[in-house]
Design a protein around this ligand. Structure first.
Ligand SMILES: N[C@@H](Cc1ccccc1)C(=O)O
Length: 513
């Protein structure tokens, strides 16, 4: 009886042992052709683990007929069909008649050409006539052989493949023979040593299944880090390596004062519009900036006044915006639109710090946290995203230094050959957008925004006029999407995220691209 699909591994193993009692070595293509490859492999593996059977896997190739070739096997090749039709019509056949006899335009056309070439037919006036009495339909014969044997001479196979009549397919089969422990019966193997076996003494004669050290362990359920978290971790490491300290960014709600006014963003600026910024409705307003604890000795009142004056009339060499600056606007609560609000508060704090020379010391700050913008959600925009922000304060800094720093910073993630484009931010002058060539997209893409903070912003805080401050910002989502090959941001953040995606994605390193 031929083995079938539904056999258990054990039944199959028995059949293999049985078959080997009659022959020393067996090819699976001969005796087990109908058994699915995987089932047979499982049975052979079981037997070879007990050294009852030895087997090797053989890779081969077989030829399969394409549908057109099946036609040829059934009805003959086009040229043979044309020849037959012409031969049968004793006194020749017109082309129209040939076509209706054969009933297939392509067969008629292709077959005619070939039959002419073989000199089986010729044209006699308006008719086609046969030149020979009989022909050999070689193609049909070849295909018949292949249909049965699944192979033929190499040359013939190559030729038929070129003619798209057959295709070649890889095959896997086994050759197996008796192993050193060959026996007709499979002894039951114990997998566990039980208390009963010890009590009864049956363990002495039992056959134990050998350990399989190659077996894969069961899948473990474990927590997984979100891709954004992993890339965030990479960025943090990078900042720490470069001597930065992390800014406290846990406060999502800010007053317009810290989010906009301290950054010299005028109160009529479009970014402050309801369409771009989420305003808090309850409570609507913040108190004026003030000390939160007894040891906070910063003069918030003076700072608030300075900011007002810088906006209204200008100060510290600036002519200001010259508009009536409204305190109510400044105290409105917003969901922060950038983490530069935190940079601003940190720089204000720095104005009160004293280095060895009694002046604010050079610092490097960074943060990576959530910001909110009232944007239309699409494939690349969400209402909230994460901003990577950096601030470097030192004496004698120049724009060239910022460009160099950005090159080093992005170079650490494999982004080189940066391009800088002049840009505008109310709080920096000069400002530069940073672009990098993206190999995959084949174009320059914006990767960050940067600049040198304006003197009227820094001096209003009480920072010395020769202290220069670089600032830069980028989104965390963009590099993450590039690294993980995600084209829709909703696959990364929000309710559209597939937990499987989070679980199965490997950690990516920024410098590998
Ligand atoms: N706040 C800017 C980034 C930036 C920070 C600091 C200086 C210059 C630019 C943004 O949201 O894009």
């Amino acid at each position: 009886m031929a083995p079938t699909d539904s056999k258990s591994t054990e039944d199959l193993a028995h059949e293999v042992l049985q078959a080997l009692s009659e022959a020393d070595s067996i090819l699976s293509t001969e005796k087990f052709a109908n058994v699915p490859f995987e089932s047979l492999k499982a049975a052979l593996d079981r037997l070879s683990a007990r050294s009852m059977v030895a087997y090797e896997q053989i890779e081969g190739e077989e030829a399969i007929l394409e549908p057109e070739a099946e036609e040829v096997v059934q009805h003959g090749s086009s040229e043979a069909r044309v020849f037959e039709a012409v031969r049968k019509a004793m006194d020749g056949l017109s082309i129209q008649d040939l076509e209706s006899t054969i009933g297939d335009k392509t067969v008629t056309k292709v077959g005619q050409g070939k039959a002419f070439k073989e000199k089986w037919i010729k044209k006699d006036g308006s008719k086609l006539v046969a030149l020979v009495d009989s022909i050999n339909d070689v193609t049909r014969d070849q295909l018949r052989v292949i249909k049965e044997k699944r192979t033929h001479d190499k040359k013939i196979l190559t030729d038929l493949k070129k003619r798209k009549l057959i295709r070649l397919q890889k095959t896997l089969s086994f050759k197996f023979s008796k192993g050193p422990k060959y026996a007709l019966e499979l002894v039951k193997e114990e997998t566990d040593l039980t208390a009963e076996m010890i009590a009864s003494g049956s363990w002495k004669t039992a056959t134990f299944k050998p350990y399989n050290f190659k077996a894969l362990g069961a899948d473990q359920h474990s927590g997984a880090l979100h891709p954004l978290g992993k890339v965030r971790g990479e960025f943090r490491q990078l900042f720490f390596e470069m001597g930065f300290t992390e800014m406290p960014t846990s406060q999502y709600v800010e007053s317009g004062f810290w989010n906009f006014d301290t950054l010299f963003v005028p109160q009529q600026h479009p970014a402050r519009d309801l369409q771009d910024t989420f305003y808090i409705s309850d409570p609507k307003m913040a108190d004026r900036p003030r000390a939160e604890s007894a040891d906070d000795k910063k003069d918030y009142k003076a700072y608030f006044e300075n900011v007002r004056q810088v906006h209204e009339n200008g100060k510290y060499g600036s002519i200001g915006y010259r508009y009536p600056w409204a305190e109510e606007e400044s105290l409105r609560l917003v969901l922060r639109t950038h983490t530069t609000s935190v940079s601003s508060a940190m720089l204000h704090k720095l104005a009160y710090e004293k280095g060895p020379d009694g002046r604010p010391p050079p610092v490097r700050y960074f943060s990576i946290d959530r910001v909110f913008r009232n944007e239309k959600v699409d494939a690349t925009h969400l209402c909230e995203f994460h901003q990577v922000e950096g601030v470097i304060a030192d004496y004698g800094l120049t724009l060239g230094g910022l460009m160099e720093f950005m090159s080093i910073f992005f170079g650490k993630m494999g982004l080189t050959g940066l391009k800088f484009k002049p840009a505008y931010n109310p709080y920096t002058e000069p400002s530069m957008e940073i672009f990098s060539y993206h190999e995959g997209l084949g174009k320059l893409i914006e990767i960050g925004n940067s600049g040198m903070f304006r003197p009227e912003m820094l001096e209003a805080m009480g920072l010395p006029s020769d202290l220069r401050v670089y600032g830069f910002g980028l989104s965390l989502e963009r590099p993450t999407m590039i690294k993980y090959g995600i084209s829709n941001i909703r696959e990364l953040l929000g309710h559209g995220v597939d937990l499987n995606f989070v679980q199965t994605n490997p950690a990516v390193r920024l410098d590998k691209d």
